[in-house]
Design a protein around this ligand. Structure first.
Ligand code: F6P
Length: 319
């Protein structure tokens, strides 16, 4: 294979640039041509494609966001959209595609592969919700952004002796909330995988209050419900002075951590290795610090879940 393409799709994640850089540099190292597809599958349909050189990816390893831009594209969910995309790839003579994104993006990659067009998926999402990899690109950075914010919130929560609800991202996955809860010593964590544990939060708050604890941090993953509503319910149930912070899209930006940069570099380069080996319809990942690849269909058919031992630990450490 002499010409490959790379795109980023879905919600952006810090470290995507490092992954693009790795794909481009590794491919050029192996004497291939690389084409960047802008705006994900939307750009693919529209033929928004340009050749990338070594210099195209200079000075981006430390930048958040994605140099190739991203989009969520409904048209690509249709057969017609997919065929338009394949037409564009053929027009540019691109023989294989690296898709950096989350499960929605891998669905697009799977469709292309089924239509005979080889794709490799690279997991890039802050949610850490892709089966077949211990970590996704962007998770570590988002986690550190959350921790920095909660450390600050804790200062003011302590000074004012208030209860704070912090809503973090994670539509279906509680990883960000859970890891942040453990790293920050939060009093309670509410995750989509255990949506019905609100009563426990109240019990724990009351227990703490009876012991003389004057401030608390409750982390809520957005998938469980609105932080603002939980704040109101907590106030009603306990009469404690409560404030709410929704961290929102701050979690998606910022310079990637060293961990994310290294992960992205390894996964991006490994995706090119697989293309060189003639593999198609695979998703790369990291398990126990080893690079792995799995069938894209297997990845899409499995459901990611949080580590329930860690969830139990977070409760044990915040009795
Ligand atoms: O999938 C990543 C993610 O950041 C989720 O955590 C969040 O629910 C969603 O994307 C937000 O998407 P958008 O930026 O399109 O509103």
């Amino acid at each position: 294979m002499k010409k490959i393409g790379v795109l980023t799709s879905g919600g952006d994640a810090p470290g995507m640039n490092a992954a693009i850089r790795a794909v481009v540099r590794k491919a050029i190292y192996h004497n291939m041509e690389v084409y960047g597809v802008k705006y994900g599958f939307q750009g693919l349909i529209e033929g928004n494609i340009e050749k990338m050189e070594l210099g195209s990816v200079g000075d981006i390893i430390q930048r958040g966001g994605t140099k190739l831009y991203s989009a969520r594209c409904d048209e690509f969910k249709t057969e017609e959209g997919q065929l338009k995309g394949i037409d564009q790839l053929n027009k540019f003579g691109i023989e294989g595609l690296v898709v950096i994104g989350g499960d929605g993006s891998f669905m697009g990659a799977k469709k292309l592969t089924e239509k005979g067009y080889p794709c490799i998926g690279v997991p890039g999402t802050i949610d850490n919700d892709i089966p077949g990899t211990d970590f996704t690109i962007g998770f570590d950075t988002a986690l550190n952004t959350i921790i920095e914010a909660i450390d600050k919130i804790r200062d003011t929560a302590t000074s004012h002796e208030r209860t704070y609800v912090v809503e973090v991202m994670g539509r279906d996955a509680g990883d960000l909330a859970l890891w942040a809860g453990l790293a920050d010593g939060a009093e309670s964590v509410l995750i989509p995988e255990k949506p019905d544990e609100f009563h426990e939060v109240i019990e724990r708050l009351k227990r703490g209050h009876d012991r003389g604890k004057k401030h608390s941090i409750i982390i809520v993953a957005e998938g469980v419900g609105s932080g603002v509503e939980f704040g109101q319910r907590i106030k009603e149930a306990t009469n404690l002075e409560t404030r709410v912070t929704v961290l929102g899209h701050t979690q998606r930006g910022g310079s990637p951590t060293a961990t994310d940069r290294v992960l992205a570099s390894r996964l991006g380069a490994f995706a090119v290795d697989l293309i060189i080996e003639g593999k198609a319809g695979r998703v790369v990942g990291i398990e126990r610090n080893q690079l792995v690849d799995h069938d894209i269909l297997e990845v899409l058919n499995q459901k990611h879940t949080v580590d329930f031992d860690m969830y139990r630990l977070s409760k044990e450490l915040s009795i």
